[in-house]
Structure formats: C-alpha cells, structure tokens
Design a binder for this molecule. Sequence first.
Ligand SMILES: Cc1cc2nc3c(=O)[nH]c(=O)nc-3n(C[C@H](O)[C@H](O)[C@H](O)COP(=O)(O)OP(=O)(O)OC[C@H]3O[C@@H](n4cnc5c(N)ncnc54)[C@H](O)[C@@H]3O)c2cc1C
Length: 455
Amino acid sequence: MISRDCLQQSSLMAYKNVYQLLGVAFIVGLASGRALKADEDASPRIGIIGGGIGGTSTAFFLRQLYGPKLTIDVFEAQKVGGRTSLIRVNGEDYEAGGTIIHKKNIIYEFQDKGMAFTTTEDMLRAMGDDLLNMTRHTMNESLQHIGLSQRFIDEFAAAAVKDNYGQTLNAHGFLGVVSLMAVEPDLWAIQDGNKRMAELLLRESKANLIKGSVNTVALIKDNLGTGSVSYELDYTKATPGSDKETSESREYDIVVVAAPLNEGSKNKISFADFPRDVVTFKQDYHKLISMFVQGKVNTTAFDVGSQNELPAEIISIAPGCFFNSLKKMTPVSPNSKPDTPLKPEEAVWRVFFNKDPTEEEINNLFVSHSDLRLVDWWAYPEYQAGADLPPFMLYDRLYYVNAVEAAASAMETALIGGRNVALLAYNQWHGHFDKIDEVQLPSPAENEETKKSEL
Ligand SMILES: Cc1cc2nc3c(=O)[nH]c(=O)nc-3n(C[C@H](O)[C@H](O)[C@H](O)COP(=O)(O)OP(=O)(O)OC[C@H]3O[C@@H](n4cnc5c(N)ncnc54)[C@H](O)[C@@H]3O)c2cc1C
C-alpha cells in the first residue's frame, strides 16, 4: 500500500488531454519566416555543440540571418532532438521527454526586431523587472506577492511545479509562473513527436550534422581587443560497423555550446587554453526517472473503485512521497496501432520519480503490468531563488544557449535561447551593437497612453 500521508496530500488532478496535434505546420511557418538581413559576403565558420531544439534552432536562425554561404556544423553525441525523444511501448510511440508546448510569449517582439541579450538577466529585464525579480524569490513568495491565496499555492502551484520540474515551492518564482502556464488550456504537441521540431529545424538550416561527441573547445587564436578568435573543437566519432572511435578536430570562428554545462553530464565538454575560466557559474541538474508502464493501476491505493474512475493524472505533493506524478499517456501518432489491442483497463502510464523506484514501490502503484521501461534524465536545472543566471556569452564569439534554462527549461525557451544566440552572434559579427542589450522599455506614462488608445 502507498502510505496514507502520500495519498492524503496527493492532488488528484484530471487534466483534460490538451494536445492539439498540429503536425509539422509549426515548422513550415518558421521556415517561411523572412531573414532579417542576409549578408552574402561575411561568412564565418560556425560549430554548434548539441543537436537538441536549442542547437538546431540556433543553426536555423543563423542560416536565416547570414544567408546560404555560411558553413554550419552541428555536433550531436547521441540523437538529434536531445531531451525530446520517443519511447516505444506495445508498438506505439510516446513522448519520453519534452511533451507539451505553450503558445507564443512576449520575448518574440524583441527578437522580431533583431534584438539580442548577452545574459539571461538582461533578457528577463527586457520582459519586465517583475519577471527578473521572481528569479530572486521563492515560488511561494512570488506567488503570494502577486496575490494568489496560500491554499491555491500549496495545493495547485505546488502540484504544477512537482509535475513539471520534480521540485517544490522553494524553486524560484519565474519557474513557478512557467509551471502554471504548463497547466493552462491551449497547450499543444507535434504529431509524430516533438523531436520532429529539431529534425526539421536542422534540415531547414542546411547545417552539416556531425555524429560525434565534442570533448574540448580550445582557444587557438585570440587577437585581443578585436574580438577576432579561432577555436578548435576536438571530438570523438564512432566508426560505422566497428567498436572503434576516432578522434578528430575542426576549426571555427564562432562556437555555440547548445548542451547543458552540467557536471554530471555524460558528454562533458572541457575548455582549454583560455586566459581565464569561461564557466564561472554552476548549473546543477535535477535527476528524474520516467517510467512507462502498460498495466493496471492499484486503485485501492488511490481510493477509487475501478480503473475507469481514475483521473488522467495524479500528482503527489507530499514531502517524501516516492513518486511525483502518474499520467495516462496518449501515443504521438494518433493512427498508429498497438502490437496487441489494449483493454480499456490497461492504458500506458508515465510515472515520474526523483530517484530509482524499487520493485516494491512499482508494485504499490500497479497491480499488474505487461511492459515497463525506465528512462534516466538529467532533466532540468535544480532551481533556487537568487542563484546565478549564467551568461549567453562565455568568451568572444563563444556562446551558451542553455543559459536560458536557469530561467526555465522548456522546448520553447530552448528555441528562444537558440534564436537569441543566433542574433547575438550575428549582431556582434557585424558590429550592430545598438541591437544588443539596448532595449528601450516604454515608460509608465507611455504604457498609460497605449492603454488609453486601446480603449
Ligand atoms: C522528462 C522531461 C519532460 C519534459 N517535459 C517538457 C514539457 O512538457 N514541455 C516543455 O516545453 N519542456 C519539457 N522538458 C524540457 C525540454 O525537453 C528541454 O528544455 C529542451 O528539450 C532542451 O533542449 P536543448 O536543445 O536545450 O537541450 P537538449 O535537448 O538536452 O540537447 C542537447 C544535445 O546536446 C548533445 N550533447 C551534449 N553534450 C554533447 C557533446 N559534448 N558533444 C556533442 N553533443 C552533445 C546531447 O546529446 C543532446 O542531444 C522536459 C524534459 C524532460 C527531461
């Protein structure tokens, strides 16, 4: 049995299935976007480390900005899509990582004007001082400050951050707002899997995909004061049809790191021959285990009479409870057929845990199961109020897309981070310094004027 504490404090939330399976229309829309200004003459060599949404969107937006002559290499150690990937259960595919996408947010207005930011702090400040301040306070404090009741915060907001980030009300307030957005209606996902987004961004970018793991970024030329640098990327590549790995290197004028600089990461990147440390911040990542099970939930444990009475999602906010959430999953391809027809009571469930589950814990949740898979993630940062917000720029022409994750980790923020880095690299290369961190926010009087004219 699951302990009463764990159950009594669980929020039983039946989220409506919010998927709006939009197919590839989103990417087609992105691909038809007009380049700000394509400069045919200047074409730096660009190396991007990481083929998730962050890296592939950087490649996509760089291509839009610079035009066709640019050489872009994208290094990917595992699979394009990164933390968006699929898992197959009973012959059908389910999202194993990034699952739901939120609709448009305000940062695009700056990006549409070609503005870029050198730090996550500057980016948040441009969106409003209140949002930046939220990263300095806990979620509990921030949500109280905007007038939400303590009961709503304790029951609803705590469940939103536990389900979406495996964390508590001690996470910072900006993450709190993003977590609440993730339980709104009008969320969507991409038919056939969200990893299609990274695959199509890569295809449209016409970048070269190099299947290898980058071990070192070395500074090999530095004309101090001019911003002119060269980097060498040393990487290991698997040899097709053999166990052997080969070591190779390539030179670039611009390097983009589009993978978390997390100590625990499997494909750790070192920085060599720099006159100073380039990674002066700490980004610890949260370990999350996703378990996929086709089976029968232990209804007695949740005090419901039958499988049909179970809500689509159960979230636990009890401190010390062994699981975070349990959710009935929908396959990513609506027309796909399972290997064996599903009985209504044998749905596919996803359970999130903050640590490896024991067999006993699994048996507490499921009375029977026919298929069970575990995926181990360094999922997102551990969020703390007032922690470092890393910069997008690590050194001259060396950029870091995943700085954005310190504000909030999501597919959409990865895309925003990628576009910001593309704009930053382009603006710096062409000396468009007026488009970097130079956001003129409307004064309160101007805001009032706008409100009046809207009435
Ligand atoms: C379980 C889970 C559920 C989630 N749910 C949601 C959700 O519902 N909605 C949402 O918006 N977001 C969600 N997210 C977060 C979202 O998936 C991520 O924020 C986003 O996909 C990150 O993209 P990225 O490109 O920045 O990083 P990644 O996807 O991690 O891409 C980095 C890539 O770099 C590669 N790499 C790393 N090191 C090297 C190296 N040395 N050399 C070469 N390649 C390297 C990796 O293999 C990886 O493919 C979820 C994440 C997880 C784990």
